[in-house]
Design a protein around this ligand. Structure first.
Ligand SMILES: NC(=O)c1ccc[n+]([C@@H]2O[C@H](COP(=O)([O-])OP(=O)(O)OC[C@H]3O[C@@H](n4cnc5c(N)ncnc54)[C@H](OP(=O)(O)O)[C@@H]3O)[C@@H](O)[C@H]2O)c1
Length: 386
């Protein structure tokens, strides 16, 4: 890709709604987030230089805690960052560790490896496909029936695939797997987590795996102003190749906004359940498995020179799950966590446009999910403020 001046507009960008970090003169910079196209450049608090520096500076050590008696659930646990986080959590002696995978065999295999490598055997493999609402509903019913408590849920499963495809429920894949699915999961498990809080005098956590790439994108006005933002964003007509080039980070941003909205609707001091959003940083993993040979994959492969290992990235999931809240003020509506530190989310998230987008995306998401599972409206009206 040709180097562009920071202010050069690029065709088709408006549709992608993506803004790049400021460009540097460093050749390495070019390897990075020019993956995403752009029309406007502005000074932002997490620039491409910051990204490069943070990646090279190394990852803080893993947080430790005693999880005796606690029930921990982690999605997308069979591989990558989720698998490594599961090992760390197994080493903290939870009462029960539930690995959630969409494929039962992969889940059983991962559970067997975890048992062998950690000598921890209270591991169970459950299935759930985040691209299938009925599977999430069935999973939530099973949690309600079979688990006494839920102390930590790490919502890690995610997908990246620049090709447009829809799930069996008819939604563009990223929107469902990376946003609508995990939000349905959060809402359906909220009663169980609230019950856990009350019964055990504890504050359960829902850890959402976000991304630092949300700093370089926003959501297009056309989407926010649509009667239902998610329906427009999901439609084949809207999802041009340029939109799909930015769809993965956009879906992570949409989910980050939804987690902020959900968290801000819970009682404030203390929250009965703590919603936390974390970024693992840019890591080696199979997330790029769907990229086809071409300039995008080539650039990504070059960037791998500064990528964290999946184990290093997993430390941020563990941090979100167990780090001390008093010290770290982890709440999703206030901050997001990167490199084991409280960070502000992007300027756009905090802007008036970002706040409007947060409200709209939340309302549209609840409307959609209310039609998918009739428990959703009850949870929203009983547990969340308007
Ligand atoms: N790698 C990075 O640089 C990076 C940076 C920021 C954020 N993240 C986030 O970190 C999380 C983990 O990603 P990773 O890098 O470890 O990628 P990965 O190795 O591809 O792992 C993704 C996990 O999600 C599961 N998954 C995908 N689609 C699913 C579905 N429909 N239902 C249920 N599970 C599904 C995968 O299961 P299968 O094995 O069955 O496909 C796998 O277990 C993702 O949320 C990703 O967005 C990654």
């Amino acid at each position: 890709m040709q180097r562009r001046s920071p202010t050069t507009p690029v065709a088709g960008v408006e549709a992608s709604g993506i803004k790049p970090p400021p460009f540097s003169t460093s050749p390495e910079t070019n390897l990075s987030l020019q993956t995403f196209r752009s029309s406007i450049t502005f000074k932002m608090k997490y620039s491409q230089e910051d990204f490069q520096r943070e990646q090279k500076a190394g990852m803080p050590p893993v947080a430790k805690a005693d999880l005796t008696g606690k029930t921990v659930i982690i999605t997308g646990a069979n591989v990558g960052i989720g698998f490594e986080a599961t090992k760390h959590l197994a080493n903290m002696n939870p009462g029960k560790l539930v690995l959630v995978c969409r494929n039962a065999t992969k889940g059983e295999e991962a559970a067997a490896v975890i048992k062998k490598e950690t000598n921890f055997d209270r591991v169970e493999a459950w299935t759930m496909d985040q691209g299938d609402f009925s599977s999430i509903s069935a999973f939530a019913s099973r949690v309600e029936k079979d688990l006494d408590r839920v102390d930590i849920l790490v919502a890690n499963a995610g997908v990246a695939d620049p090709k447009y495809s829809t799930t069996g429920d008819g939604w563009e894949q990223h929107l469902q797997v990376n946003h609508l699915g995990p939000t349905l999961l959060a809402l359906l498990l909220l009663p169980k987590m609230m019950e856990t809080a009350k019964k055990h005098n504890t504050i359960p956590r829902f850890v959402s795996v976000a991304s630092d790439n949300h700093h370089w994108i926003d959501i297009e006005k056309q989407v926010i102003e649509a009667p239902n933002s998610m329906e427009l964003a999901s439609s084949k007509e809207y999802c041009s190749p340029s939109v799909m080039a930015g769809r993965y980070p956009a879906s992570k941003l949409i989910n980050l906004l939804a987690m902020r909205a959900l968290d801000s609707r819970l009682p404030q001091t203390p929250p009965p359940v703590l919603f936390v959003t974390v970024s693992p940083g840019f890591c080696h993993s199979s997330l790029r498995r769907n990229l086809e040979p071409g300039p995008l994959l080539e650039r990504m492969e070059k960037m791998l020179a500064i990528a964290f290992t999946t184990e290093e990235g997993s430390r941020q999931l563990v941090f979100g799950a167990v780090a001390d809240e008093e010290e770290n003020k982890l709440r999703a509506s206030k901050a997001f966590i990167m490199k084991s530190k409280l960070q502000e989310p992007s300027d756009w998230v905090l802007s008036e446009d970002g706040k409007r987008a947060e409200e709209k995306i939340w309302n549209d998401t609840v409307e959609i999910l209310g039609k998918v599972d009739n428990r959703v409206q009850k949870v929203v009206s009983e547990y969340l403020s308007a």
